[in-house]
Design a binder for this molecule. Structure first.
Ligand code: CU
Length: 750
């Protein structure tokens, strides 16, 4: 709950009339000017911004405990109802919520809508923030209000780094920080993180730095023959239980500077990422570099008429791929073609302004506007053999620009009823320049692509309506409808080559197949009905049960269909259309889909038990079913029925917990992609933490019984060998989950 501050005079309406850009440019100065003119502040009303019942937040102590287990921020979400993860590199899993993943979700890091700049989506938004820097994670999973959505058809995930801290009144200066380190036995994962804050009552400066690295992890059992990683790497021996290409190394730095007075806050964040390598067990390529610079400026001000929030950000990513330590590097009949360099450069610039106007005791209006410019170049330098003499331009001068305006009206009719209606209009323009292949064998595709008018302009409308009924202190019921739209990303629309090798390089889901884009793709539109019943004790702290059923119909769902009938170098052969136990080649296209399912979650305080302390039992059960209505096929990468139950004990400075995670076998698979089934499994994880005043110790054992399992969303194993070639890597091997790992972490606060 955030109190709404109001100044006495109410004279500053002129701020709302200034053009948005001029406003942003003048923010720091406006703040200073305001300082002198401020009236005494009184709190007039305390009114919650709408917190839909279907919003869930990861508890702070859980974020803290999980830092010892993972360097992948997406993993911090994994206990939330309805969330699962597509496997990828060690620090870049892709969250899936209610069966919709990746770009179908709106994922914001400190308010920035980052865009993955890679044909394998190796650098998704959550990979840009280290778990040690995460302060808050919120998930809007049901009907996502338009004020937090946009250009997405599923949930919104908001990850924020720690809010700026200021010295308390009279404290003078605040100087604090913390340092932490972790070790994970499986894969020898080690990491360090450090943060330091210097602040006065008006100013706050904070640095965060972290680095983490790990070797290949081990599965619970052998899943492929032991052997050399590749024929050109005879001395790099991979045992049968080692998951090739699962190692990584990453470094992140961030600097945050904030200024405030009673009613205004200006914050500037600078971020720097350097990933020298992150290997991929389910992609044919590895990340050999990801350098990113982020600049993020935010303003928040309370005025007589309401609250104003504005943000400007810029992010630049320079990403490279090639073959890492576990994949064959030398190609060609003479073994003299050195790998396959692939480079991307992505630039994202965004502006966002939102005003919240409490019109009356009953009504609140939120209006806002967003602007985003995205530029992408994706090129593959010639390396020799068939990959020469020219540079292959996969996407050249790609554009994806978006301009949104939205309004949201929220009304509290009486203590029992609340309603919220939102409308968002979004214009998305995409384009791609002329392309070329390595040589003239690519000319047929390239010429056809270049001859086409590639400029696309989508006018998208989002509409959400929800109502909440709170009959008493023990229950609330929320139900709503959302109509949401997402325009295709540049890889879905503009990748162009049907050459087998080029197609195998385009894969956003990690199942080893190859894809080609489709400039005629239309935006996908989801109509979702969702409800949440929330029963709890009057304090909300002793017990609670939440049940969320949902149903989504997606029109023009961007799926893929096998391609056939191609000639020349095309991989779209007629054999491709019928292959049932091989990697296949697909073209993106619009079809219709339906997803339905439910989340059930709950907790209960089991009370104090003498010398054993306090016990809490919590659990989550999730189910989702996804179907392609055009073909009758199942949607790809849907997590089967799954549950988690955890028993937590709190005794003095100790918190311990035992967690059981059960996942049903995956039998509903996507035939179009030759998706692999997986068997059901159960895992036990143990955790303990001990907190002194300034020191925190975390211990844990993940996968206590070293159970072998294939994660249903882990994808296909192409983590070693001759992965550039179509048939040289065996088809049908799944990427197994991690075997047992002993994890320890220490954090010292100063
Ligand atoms: Cu990449």
């Amino acid at each position: 709950m955030k109190p709404v501050l109001r100044t006495g005079a109410g004279e500053r309406h002129r701020f709302a009339l200034l053009p948005l850009c001029a406003l942003l440019a003048s923010l720091p100065f406006a703040t200073l000017a305001q300082e002198a003119a401020l009236q005494p502040v009184t709190v007039k009303a305390s009114k919650a911004a709408v917190q839909p019942a279907a919003v869930s937040e990861v508890p702070a102590d859980q974020i803290e405990a999980n830092r010892t287990r993972t360097s992948d921020t997406a993993h911090l979400l994994s206990g939330l109802p309805g969330v699962s993860l597509y496997g990828a590199g060690g620090v870049s899993s892709l969250p899936s919520v209610h069966g919709l993943a990746d770009d179908r979700l709106r994922i914001q890091i400190d308010g920035m809508d980052l865009v993955s700049a890679c044909g394998n989506h190796m650098n998704p938004p959550l990979s840009y923030i280290d778990p040690s820097r995460v302060g808050k994670i919120r998930l809007f999973a049901g009907v996502t209000p338009v004020s937090v959505g946009g250009d997405s058809i599923g949930a919104t995930i908001q990850v924020e780094s720690a809010a700026p801290e200021f010295a308390a009144p009279g404290q003078g200066k605040l100087l604090k920080g913390q340092a932490g380190t972790h070790y994970r036995s499986n894969g020898d994962g080690v990491g360090l993180n450090l943060s330091a804050t210097y602040a006065t009552e008006q100013m706050s400066l904070r640095y965060d730095g972290s680095t983490a690295k790990a070797d290949d992890y081990k599965a619970g059992d052998v899943f492929k023959p032991a052997g050399a990683a590749a024929t050109d790497k005879p001395t790099r021996w991979l045992p049968g239980d080692v998951v090739g290409s699962s190692s990584y190394k990453t470094t992140n730095h961030a600097l945050a500077y904030a200024l405030r007075n009673e009613n205004h806050l200006v914050e500037m964040r600078l971020g720097l990422q350097d990933i020298p390598y992150q290997n991929y067990p389910n992609q044919r390529m590895d990340m050999t570099g990801n350098d990113s610079h982020q600049f993020n400026l935010r303003y928040q001000g309370n005025y007589a008429w309401g609250q104003l929030q504005a943000r400007a950000y810029h992010e630049k990513t320079r990403h490279s791929m090639n073959y890492g330590e576990d994949k064959q590097y030398w190609y060609g009949p003479a073994g003299n073609v050195p790998g396959m360099p692939m480079d991307t450069e992505g630039k994202t610039t965004g502006l966002r302004v939102q005003a919240e106007l409490p019109l009356s005791a009953r009504d609140t209006l939120r209006v806002g506007s967003e602007l985003q410019n995205y530029r992408l170049d994706d090129w593959w330098l010639p390396s020799g053999g068939g990959m020469a003499p020219n540079t292959f331009w996969n996407i050249r001068d790609g554009h994806r620009d978006r301009f949104d305006v939205y309004g949201e009206w929220e009304a509290r009719w009486n203590p029992q009823w609340l309603s919220q209606i939102g409308l968002r209009s979004s214009h998305v323009r995409t384009n791609s320049g002329a392309v070329q292949g390595y040589n003239n064998s690519y000319d047929m595709d390239a010429n056809a692509f270049n001859a086409k008018d590639r400029k696309r302009s989508d006018s998208n409308i989002d509409l959400t309506a929800l109502a909440r009924y709170t009959p008493n202190a023990n229950a609330s019921y929320e139900f709503g409808f959302a109509h949401k739209t997402r325009s295709p990303n540049l890889y879905e629309r503009y990748t162009w080559s049907t050459g087998g090798m080029a197609m195998r390089m385009i894969n956003l889901v990690g199942e080893g197949n190859g894809y080609v884009g489709n400039p005629d793709l239309k935006p996908e539109t989801a109509n979702t009905l969702s409800a949440t019943a929330d029963w709890h004790d009057a304090t909300g702290e002793r017990w609670g049960v939440k049940f969320t059923p949902y149903l989504t119909y997606v029109n023009n769902y961007i799926d893929a269909k096998r391609c056939g009938g191609g000639g020349g170098m095309s991989a779209c052969t007629n054999a491709n259309l019928t292959a049932s136990n091989a990697f296949v080649y697909l073209r993106y296209l619009n079809q219709d889909a339906r997803l339905h399912g439910f989340d059930l979650s709950g907790f209960t305080d089991l009370g104090k038990h003498g010398q054993w302390g306090q016990f809490t039992l919590s659990g989550v059960l999730s189910y989702v079913n996804g179907k392609n209505r055009t073909t009758g096929d199942h949607l790809y990468n849907i997590l089967p029925l799954n549950a988690r139950v955890a028993l937590t004990q709190r005794l003095g400075a100790w918190t311990t917990s035992a967690e059981l995670q059960v996942v049903d076998g995956k039998t509903r698979v996507n035939a179009e992609r030759n998706e692999l089934t997986t068997a059901g499994y159960g895992l036990v994880n143990l955790r303990a933490s001990y907190e002194w005043k300034q020191v925190r110790l975390d211990f844990g054992i993940d996968n206590l019984f070293d159970r072998f399992y294939n994660h249903p969303q882990g994808g296909a194993y192409v983590g070693q060998g001759r992965t550039m070639a179509g048939t040289a890597v065996p088809w049908g091997v799944r990427v197994p989950g991690m075997g047992r790992s002993f994890n320890v972490g220490v954090t010292v606060k100063f």
